[in-house]
Design a protein. Structure first.
Length: 225
């Protein structure tokens, strides 16, 4: 979906600081969860909602590939669906007009088709579904994700989905700050422009996550099994 471009000087700085481009040589697959952030009809289907992210369905095959691999090696797949509510007052009162927020809240209301996970995603019955009410699934009051991860003894999170620079980035930042091993997948996340996408990838690589692509992550999971 995106033309990924990480300037070499950022990669070199990371290598100089920590000794390698990648952070994790091995992980425990059975303590790993793939987080699929907000791959919902409202964000994916053309013309359905004003929160649409044009073209983001193109990352679905990579997410589905990762989900299949995670299940094979004994990890968990967790899907999130974002719900906009008046309770998120900092967004509701200041970042939208009355007309737009009414449409967005209705799009993600319970029972709405727009709220549902898109049919192009390979969601299985054994997967988990988490509802969140803030950009980060891990910020206090957003969801019960932290409790679910603790119950499952998860220590590693692989971040995919949309929007790269909003819900994916927010969740990844909180994950790292909460001491999860955090892996951010550059070709399985998507947003509205290459500039926004690459800016997040640069931040993730330097400070918050092990930035990898789908193929690299498949190799990591295989070698760790």
């Amino acid at each position: 979906m995106h033309k990924i471009k990480i300037p070499q000087n950022y990669i070199d700085n990371c290598i100089a600081r920590r000794g390698s481009e990648y952070i994790f040589e091995r992980i425990d697959p059975k303590k790993t969860a793939l987080l699929v952030i907000d791959m919902q009809n409202c964000f994916i289907l053309p013309g359905l909602s004003m929160v649409e992210v044009p073209g983001v369905g193109a990352i679905a095959p990579n997410i589905n590939t990762l989900a299949k691999k995670i299940r094979e090696v004994g990890g968990k797949v967790i899907w999130t669906e974002h719900v906009y509510t008046p309770g998120w007052s900092s967004w509701y009162n200041h970042f939208t007009t009355e007309e737009s927020r009414e449409k967005i809240v209705n799009d993600t209301a319970e029972g709405s088709f727009a709220r549902e996970i898109w049919s192009g995603m390979d969601r299985k019955s054994e997967d988990l579904l988490i509802t969140k009410t803030r950009s980060s699934a891990l910020t206090p009051g957003s969801s019960n994700l932290k409790e679910v991860l603790d119950d499952l003894a998860i220590d590693t999170l692989i971040i995919t989905g949309t929007l790269t620079n909003v819900c994916c980035e927010s969740t990844a930042r909180d994950a790292m700050l909460l001491n999860y091993k955090t892996i951010f997948i550059g070709d399985a996340t998507g947003t509205r422009s290459d500039d926004e996408h690459n800016a997040t990838l640069i931040n993730m690589m330097q400070f918050f996550a092990d930035l990898r692509m789908t193929e690299d992550t498949i190799d990591l999971l295989s070698n760790s099994s």
